[in-house]
Design a protein. Structure first.
Length: 137
């Protein structure tokens, strides 16, 4: 196993993080020199689903689904979409006419590490279009 020779200092806690190559496995060394292994989560299952925007221009909040610490959710605009999906962290930020939304064309995706799916709001430029998602559980 190759060790990254460029450790990163977590300025907030004063902890040095040593990552092994491209993996999420790491060792944390605190200010007293104690070493702790932080293995990535190993979820037992995953959840998939879909969310549609009934009326274009009216953002909808994704349904509540807890996401384990260290796990991710992949949001993908449906392949059959003809318009854009817009994503934000609030209704106002997801609005399809806004300037702060993140746009997804058909079949494009976005990977997020968040605590709950309901933190995501989506809108669409075409009514009844939407997203698919998958997350570890």
């Amino acid at each position: 196993m190759a060790i990254d020779r460029d450790p990163t200092l977590d300025e907030q806690s004063g902890v040095v993080e040593i990552k092994a190559g491209y993996s999420d496995n790491r060792l944390d060394v605190d200010e007293k020199g104690s070493v702790t292994a932080n293995d990535p989560p190993n979820p037992a299952s995953f959840v998939t689903g879909q969310q549609a925007v009934t009326t274009a221009g009216t953002p909808v909040q994704m349904l509540a689904q807890a996401i384990a610490p260290g796990c991710h959710v992949l949001i993908k605009a449906k392949k059959a979409n003809t318009g854009a999906i817009t994503v934000g962290n609030s209704s106002a930020n997801a609005l399809n006419t806004g300037t702060v939304c993140f746009r997804l064309a058909a079949n494009e995706s976005l990977l997020l590490e968040i605590s709950d799916l309901s933190l995501i709001w989506i809108d669409s430029t075409v009514s009844l279009e939407g997203v698919e998602y998958i997350t570890e559980a």
